[in-house]
Each structure stands twice: as structure tokens, then as C-alpha cells.
Design a protein around this ligand. Structure first.
Ligand SMILES: [Zn+2]
Length: 169
């Protein structure tokens, strides 16, 4: 069990396109366990490997964020192959300090991925669950939820972040 440091914006690893996983070995299992530990500790409902500084296509998700149950979904090499409808809802991110805003997403998506053994997974997701997956898959593409905000909102957030970081020193 290991809790890793969560990397925050504007660190460049969050902008890296994550690499496809080809080896489903013990190192991958350790990475996934560490990611789950880190997600529950935060606490958050999802975490992408970029967020702990590893640009690989690995995501863990638990919409309940329930550490007692630890019933989390592991998605290796996830891809959103179809999206339909739209919904607007508030998002935040463990890697984007003190920022919450409304983001438009597909209401329903079709997802393909692999599990921790490398077996193919394929399923539909809707509503909040679909929102979390879209947020996490964005991370693997080097995208952040603030990229979906207006340029003005992003500029204001960058100013706010400067102050936050200054006060932390
Ligand atoms: Zn995030």
C-alpha cells in the first residue's frame, strides 16, 4: 500500500499523452493499487496515472469513493468509441486546485478498455458515471477539465492559482 503524490496543474506531465499499456505484469498491479490508495486518500472518484506523474493509459474509478468497500473499476487503455446526447454538470479535479465549474459532456458513452489481466472490456455508461470516465480519459489525452471552460474563465483561474501557490510557500 502506497499513497503517491498527486501532481497538480500546471505540471507538464498532465499535458502528456499517455502511453498504451502492453504488459499486464506485477508492476501494473502495483501501479493500480497505488493509484487506488491515492484516490481513496484524496478522496476522489477517479484518478488517471498522469496525475501521479506516470503517463500511461491507466485509470481507476469509484463513483462511491467508499474506502471501506474499495469497489473500484480499473480501466487499462480506455477509449470512448461513441458518445451521444449532452449534459452539463459541475466538475473538479484533484490536479486542479480550488477550481470547480460546469462542463458539458456526452450523456451516454460507449467504452472499450482492458482489465488488469489484459482481457477486453466493453460497456455503456450514462450520466455521472459517464462524466467521470470522460474526465479521466481526457487526462490520458493530456487534457484537463479547465480546457472545456471559456478562455476568460481559464485566465481568471490562472491568476487565482498564482495567488494560491504564493500563499502556500
Ligand atoms: Zn481530474
Amino acid at each position: 500500500m502506497a499513497i503517491r503524490e498527486i501532481i497538480t496543474f500546471p505540471h507538464p506531465v498532465l499535458r502528456q499523452k499517455a502511453e498504451t499499456i502492453t504488459e499486464f505484469d506485477d508492476a501494473l498491479k502495483t501501479l493500480v493499487e497505488d493509484m487506488a490508495d491515492t484516490m481513496y486518500k484524496a478522496p476522489g472518484v477517479g484518478l488517471a496515472a498522469n496525475q501521479i506523474g506516470i503517463a500511461k493509459r491507466v485509470v481507476v474509478i469509484d463513483p462511491e469513493a467508499d474506502e471501506e468497500k474499495r469497489d473500484y473499476l480499473v480501466l487499462i487503455n480506455p477509449e470512448i468509441t461513441q458518445g451521444e446526447g449532452s449534459m452539463v454538470g459541475e466538475e473538479g479535479c484533484l490536479s486542479v486546485l480550488e477550481c470547480y465549474d460546469k462542463v458539458k459532456r456526452f450523456q451516454k458513452i460507449h467504452v472499450t478498455a482492458q482489465d488488469i489481466e489484459g482481457k477486453p472490456l466493453e460497456f455503456d455508461a450514462e450520466d455521472r458515471f459517464a462524466r467521470i470516465i470522460q474526465h479521466e480519459v481526457d487526462h490520458l489525452l493530456g487534457k484537463l477539465f479547465i480546457d472545456h471552460l471559456s478562455p476568460l474563465k481559464r485566465t481568471l483561474y490562472k491568476k487565482k492559482l498564482k495567488k494560491i501557490l504564493r500563499n502556500k510557500q
